[in-house]
Design a protein around this ligand. Structure first.
Ligand code: ZN
Length: 298
């Protein structure tokens, strides 16, 4: 019997990355499709997988790591359906509508859980029992894995929208989250930085005081992750985290806020080994999507 292949999708806010891969993770074909709306994106996605399967062999399962909010409960009748996303056209769209024609299992998780899985399997999270992965980019998203399995409650976690201490005298910016104003995402995501200062931190020359302000907001999530989940490591990725000096400022602010309360070998002095950037860089998401598909192969 021929090896069954994996269809993998990393669905992001601006583009989809789709790949056909062998179970060992090696890619046979890959493409990028603008997210736009499901009317344009879904048919192009199906066509890619039809063509790739014709050339390389039958698809045995799909793994999807997607932006959200999205239903990731396999027991739900709406599994794989976008819920309250403000992205025009995507609310109510369902991955099973486009992938159903292949008649194989489909596993859907969030983009951050997918990236966490990729990092756990072959990146900066290898060997961790509990791993937290956070992306600070256009938005803020956060996923937690326990022994390689993403944790959820009645829905996926929304750590990007936690409330943070906000000194309005030091930082008068009101925040941009349409639901909460000055939640973490509202104060620290890319649009908040541009809304406050007109440019990205990198374009501003990464000034230490501004980097420290953003780092302290992100550190409040880092401390909450430690208090709630005691992860073995925290991975921070996304476009904002590429700012020069931000990871160091985040380590320092997190250590100050932990304030010596938790003592563990994982929390090394300076948190250099504890708070890290992704080992797989921008490949974490698609690597995780392939891993999700591999699980569906069984
Ligand atoms: Zn919010």
């Amino acid at each position: 019997m021929a090896t069954q292949l994996i269809g993998a999708i990393e669905a992001g806010g601006t583009k989809f990355v789709a790949a056909l891969a062998r179970p060992d993770g090696s890619k046979l074909a890959e493409t990028r499709i603008p997210t736009e709306t499901p009317v344009t994106c879904f048919p192009a996605l199906a066509q890619f997988f039809r063509d790739a399967a014709r050339e390389h062999g039958a698809i045995g399962a799909f793994g999807v790591a997607s932006f959200g909010p999205i239903d990731i409960d396999p027991a739900s009748s709406a599994y794989g359906t976008f819920t309250t996303t403000p992205k025009p056209g995507w609310s109510g769209a369902r991955f099973h509508d486009v992938l159903g024609e292949f008649g194989v299992p489909i596993v859907v998780d969030t983009d951050v859980n997918g990236a966490a899985l990729g990092e756990w399997q072959s990146g900066a999270g290898q060997g961790c029992k509990t791993l937290a992965y956070t992306t600070i980019g256009t938005g803020v998203g956060c996923g937690v894995l326990s022994e390689g399995k993403s944790l959820m409650g009645f829905s996926h976690y929304e750590g990007g929208h936690i409330g943070v201490a906000h000194d309005r005298a030091a930082d008068p910016y009101a925040g941009f989250c349409p639901f909460h104003g000055d939640c973490l995402e509202g104060l620290a995501a890319g649009p908040a930085i541009k809304g406050r200062w007109g440019q990205s931190l990198s374009d501003l020359g990464s000034p230490a005081d501004k980097v420290a302000l953003i780092a302290d907001y992100i550190a409040q999530l880092a401390v909450n992750l430690v208090l709630l989940h005691m992860p073995d490591r925290l991975v921070f990725g996304g476009g904002v985290m590429k700012t020069s000096g931000l990871i160091d400022a985040l380590r320092s602010a997190t250590e100050q806020r932990i304030a010596g309360y938790i003592k563990a070998p994982q929390l090394d002095p300076g948190l250099v080994n504890y708070i890290v950037t992704p080992g797989l860089g921008d490949e974490a998401g698609i690597t995780g999507a392939i891993a999700l598909g591999r699980r569906a192969l069984g």
